[in-house]
Ligand binder design. Structure first.
Ligand code: ADP
Length: 481
């Protein structure tokens, strides 16, 4: 089977979030199941600069007012179709945001162009590539199912995946004539969204199947609380909505062969983590104390991630005798508050403001537990890495966090089960209680080590998710046969 994926990000070329990880990791995992994927991406400089052997497979003299070419190429082992439209994509930095911090004013057209070319490729424009399925990711690809839906004649099956419902691609209705869709597309049954045009909404309304990145998030987005204005539509399509948990790249995140760590380890050599913990404590200016429970955080510092709650309960964490190592960037006020906390509690709280992959690996390997107090979390990758690295995830019971961590409660512990701790609701009281539970578990090393072993044995690879996507593609085809 051949599949066309359509996305604005793909790891390791261009990434602002978990979307890129999925789009980069799924094709090789599907390949092992006999499914060949080509991914259509915009020709950002970060992409165009890395292409091997690009060749032109289509030209567009006038694509929404500009000349463009479609290139077929390989990059980092991925089969890519790159939409080379310099007027739209030859911009460095964040793909969506101008240097002044506002969205690029032509985002609607930039991503309509991506979807229009996706239709062209979906209909067989690239020689030797006849996709049975077109798989659109997030709002930037959201118009793809619409273009295919409103065309005459046969079309491939369509899947729309939402990685974070908070980003919806909403634009004014006045855009309609420029999109080249029939006027009747502007309806509740089509692309209309609260009087404007919704790119994600269009995809969610018109795709054959919808997926999101965890079963719990799939349920949450059907509620008024989690649906961000789309819950009514999603409830009406709940029968074709499925949550498939993400995996992580086991080569990038492999504690037994991680070049970024002072000491390698695995489930059978977990004592080697001690050297990583000491290195982490030293790096963040923490007292180098092997017996002290060390919590780690690696996160964007935003409201979603709930780290304001962690600031509030810092006295409880310190009162339990624990330390905190935090790496993050985002809201200026949160950045400042954590820096102030580190200065005030020298040796007990360490923080690095910024984005640092190497330090992220060291925190996963050196911290005893990783805190993830998100208010909502479609899937979450940090806790998956934490499982693999034997840092017990202490997570809010929401979205993919709820689906990937098994709470080590009394009964679980009695049966030798549990891979971390969960808490709910997402309040400072519940977070403080979870930190206290972690501290209590830490005081019983045998139990802690059992949970740690369980965590490290969890299958967080892409094998199972890829099999789910493969089954889904087949269901789409069967339903259309
Ligand atoms: P989101 O995509 O909402 O930011 P995820 O948990 O799905 O959250 O994925 C974020 C990924 O980026 C994780 O692997 C996390 O460890 C990593 N990450 C987040 N912040 C930083 C940072 N400041 N430095 C390095 N890695 C980070």
């Amino acid at each position: 089977m051949q599949v066309l994926a359509v996305a604005s990000e793909i790891y390791p070329l261009v990434k602002t979030g978990g979307l890129a990880d999925v789009v980069g990791a799924l094709p090789p995992a599907l390949d092992a199941l006999g499914i060949t994927t080509a991914t259509l991406v915009p020709g950002y400089p970060a992409v165009s600069d890395k292409l091997d052997g690009a060749r032109v497979v289509a030209t567009y003299p006038n694509l929404f007012g500009t000349a463009a070419r479609l290139l077929e190429a390989e990059a980092r082992g991925l089969r890519l179709l790159v939409l080379d439209a310099p007027q739209f994509y030859a911009r460095t930095g964040n793909p969506y945001v101008a240097p002044d911090g506002s969205d690029w004013p032509d985002n609607a057209i930039r991503f309509a162009a991506l979807a229009a070319v996706a239709r062209h490729v979906g209909n067989g424009a690239v020689p030797g590539f006849a996709p049975a399925i077109v798989h659109a990711h997030d709002w930037q690809a959201g118009l793809t199912p619409a273009y295919l839906h409103y065309q005459d004649g046969a079309r491939p099956g369509t899947v729309m995946t939402v990685h974070n419902l908070a980003f919806q691609g909403r634009f004014p209705a006045s855009l309609l004539p420029a999109l080249g869709l029939p006027s009747h597309a502007f309806s509740v049954e089509g692309i209309e969204y609260y009087g404007g045009i919704g790119y994600l909404k269009a995809g969610l309304r018109l795709a054959d199947r919808i997926t999101t990145v965890s079963p719990s998030y799939a349920a949450e987005i059907c509620t008024a609380d989690g649906g961000m204005g789309l819950d009514g539509l999603l409830r009406s399509r709940a029968g074709i909505l499925e949550g498939i948990l993400n995996g992580i790249d086991e080569k990038v995140w492999d504690p037994a062969a991680d070049p970024l760590l002072p000491a390698a380890f695995d489930a059978g050599r977990v004592q080697e983590r001690r050297a990583d913990k000491a290195a982490l404590q030293a790096r963040l200016g923490l007292a180098v104390e092997p017996q002290t429970l060390l919590f780690g955080v690696i996160s964007r510092l935003t409201w979603q991630k709930g780290l304001d709650l962690l600031l509030d309960v810092l006295p409880s964490l310190l009162g339990a005798g624990a330390q905190l190592a935090l790496l993050g960037s985002g809201d200026a006020a949160l950045e400042r508050s954590f820096a102030v906390a580190a200065a005030r509690h020298r040796g007990r709280v360490g923080c690095v403001i910024g984005y640092d992959e190497a330090l992220a690996h060291l925190i996963q390997a050196g911290a005893d537990a990783i805190l993830v107090p998100s208010r909502f979390e479609p899937c979450g990758l940090t806790q998956l890495c934490a499982l693999r690295y034997g840092a017990l995830p202490v997570v809010a019971r929401v979205g993919g966090l709820a689906d990937s961590v098994i709470d080590a409660n009394e009964m679980a512990l009695a049966d030798g089960l549990g891979t971390g701790l969960q808490f709910a609701p997402v309040t400072r009281e519940a977070l403080a209680a979870a930190i206290e539970r972690a501290a209590a578990l830490w005081r019983v090393p045998k139990r802690w080590q059992q949970v740690q072993r369980n965590a490290m044995r969890t299958d967080v690879s892409w094998r199972r998710p890829a099999a789910r996507y493969a089954a889904l593609y087949r269901q789409v085809l069967d339903a259309r046969a």
